[in-house]
Write a protein that binds this ligand. Structure first.
Ligand code: FE2
Length: 386
C-alpha cells in the first residue's frame, strides 16, 4: 500500500525508508556547452527552462540551466566558463558530456550523510547550507562509481528558483515543439568495470539501507557475441531504483566495456523517465527530432501472439517502435533513445508501467542489449576479445 503512495520516484514527502529519503530530486550533467544541451532538452525532450546561473546571477566560473518536466523531473545542465574550473572542464575532457550527480530529496541532510558515511559511503561534500534572501538549500554528497556522486538535498526552507545562485532564465525564447508529458525519474542505471557490480551494489545497499531487488546472471542477457551481468538495488519502499551493469565474458567486446572504454571510466549509462501515455510521448519526441534505438519487425509478430490484456493499439507500438514486456499481472512499455551526445555513452529511456509492473522486463532488456549491439557493430567496436 505504501508503494502506491510513493510509487515511481515521485517525492511523497512521507518517506517509508529508514533514511528519510523522499524520492529522486535533480540530476546534473556536465557538458561542453550548457546552452546547446539545454536547448536540445527544451526543444526535443519538451522540458521547460525554469532557471539559470551564470555571470548575470553572480556565478563567474560556470553556466547552469535548470529544466523541469511536468511532475517533479528536475535536470541541471552545467558547463565551465573557464578552463581553470577543472571540476567541470576536466570531467568533460575525460568523459565527454555525462551525468556528474544524481540526487535524492531527504528529510535531514546531516543525518542521512552521517549514517551513509558510517556505513561505508565515501564522503565527497560535507553538509552545507547554500543561502540567499529566499532562504537556504542544504546539500551533502557521497561518491558513486569512478567520477560521479549521489547528493542528499533538502529545499524545505527555500522559496527561490532551484538553489541560491540561480535566477530567471536570461533569454525568453519561444520554442516550437510538441509537448512530451515527461513526468519523473523512474530509475537510473550505472555501467561499471568487470568485478565491480557486487562492490557498488553492496556499497549502495550498505550506505543507503537499500536492498538487491533483481539479479540478471550469466546467460540471462546475452547474444552470440557478448553478455552482461546486472543487479538492481533499490530503496525498500521502491522509490529509488538503481540497476548496475557489468560486462560478462563473451567472444567479442561487451557493450558495457564499450561504454567504459568510450566514457573513460564507470558512470551513468541511462536515466529512465516515466510517462502516463507512452504512445503520445514517443510520437511527440519523434516529431521533435529525438532518435530511438531500432526494434526489428519480428518483435511485434511475437508480441501479437501473447494474450495479456494490452490496452494500447499494437499498431501504434509497431509504428513508434515501443517495446512491451509482460511481467506478472502487469506489463512494461519502454523505449530507449540513441546516445544523446557525441560519444556512444549516455542515453534516455522512456517508460510506462502498467497494472503495477515493478520490474525491468528481461525481454525488453534483451531487446535493448541486441539493439545497442547492432549500433556497436556500426561503430566498429564489436571486436573479438583476444
Ligand atoms: Fe532502464
Amino acid at each position: 500500500m505504501l508503494m502506491d503512495i510513493c510509487y515511481g520516484g515521485v517525492p511523497s514527502k512521507i518517506p517509508n525508508n529508514s533514511l528519510g529519503i523522499r524520492g529522486y530530486d535533480y540530476v546534473e550533467f556536465y557538458v561542453g556547452s550548457a546552452k546547446m544541451v539545454a536547448y536540445w532538452h527544451a526543444k526535443a525532450m519538451g522540458l521547460d527552462i525554469k532557471g539559470y546561473a551564470g555571470p548575470e546571477t553572480g556565478v563567474k566560473d560556470r553556466i547552469s540551466y535548470y529544466l523541469e518536466g511536468v511532475q517533479g523531473l528536475k535536470i541541471v545542465i552545467t558547463s565551465a566558463l573557464t578552463p581553470d574550473n577543472y571540476e567541470v572542464s576536466g570531467f568533460v575532457t575525460r568523459h565527454g558530456d555525462g551525468v556528474k550527480r544524481w540526487s535524492v530529496e531527504v528529510n535531514d541532510v546531516r543525518e542521512v550523510f552521517s549514517k551513509a558515511v558510517k556505513n561505508g559511503a565515501i564522503p565527497m561534500k560535507q553538509p552545507k547550507k547554500y543561502e540567499d534572501d529566499m532562504g537556504y538549500v542544504e546539500e551533502a554528497a557521497i561518491r558513486l562509481y569512478d567520477d560521479a556522486e549521489i547528493v542528499f538535498v533538502n529545499r524545505d526552507n527555500y522559496k527561490g528558483i532551484f538553489r541560491p545562485g540561480f535566477g530567471e532564465p536570461v533569454q525568453n525564447i519561444q520554442i516550437q515543439r510538441q509537448e512530451t508529458g515527461l513526468k519523473f525519474i523512474d530509475h537510473i542505471v550505472g555501467n561499471v568495470h568487470i568485478n565491480e557490480m557486487d562492490y557498488w551494489a553492496n556499497y549502495i545497499n550498505s550506505a543507503l539501507d537499500f536492498e538487491t531487488f533483481l539479479y540478471f546472471g550469466p546467460g540471462d542477457i546475452s547474444t552470440q557475441y557478448s553478455a552482461l551481468l546486472s543487479k538492481v538495488v533499490r530503496s525498500k519502499d521502491d522509490i529509488i531504483k538503481n540497476p548496475i551493469n557489468e560486462p560478462y565474458e563473451g567472444a567479442r567486446l561487451s557493450q558495457i566495456q564499450e561504454f567504459t572504454m568510450e566514457y573513460k571510466g564507470s558512470g551513468i549509462q541511462h536515466i529512465a523517465i516515466a510517462t502516463k501515455d507512452i504512445v503520445s510521448t514517443i510520437r511527440a519526441l519523434r516529431a521533435n527530432g529525438v532518435e530511438f534505438l531500432w526494434v526489428p519487425e519480428t518483435y511485434y509478430e511475437e508480441l501479437a501472439k501473447k494474450d495479456f490484456g494490452l490496452e494500447e493499439n499494437i499498431d501504434d507500438l509497431r509504428e513508434l517502435g515501443i517495446l512491451c514486456d509482460v511481467e506478472g499481472e502487469g506489463y512494461l512499455l519502454q523505449l530507449f533513445t540513441k546516445p544523446i551526445g557525441d560519444r556512444p555513452t549516455f542515453f534516455y529511456e522512456i517508460i510506462q508501467r502498467k497494472k503495477g509492473a515493478k520490474g525491468f522486463g528481461q525481454g525488453n532488456f534483451q531487446a535493448l542489449f541486441e539493439s545497442i549491439e547492432r549500433d556497436q557493430e556500426r561503430r566498429g567496436n564489436l571486436i573479438p576479445m583476444s
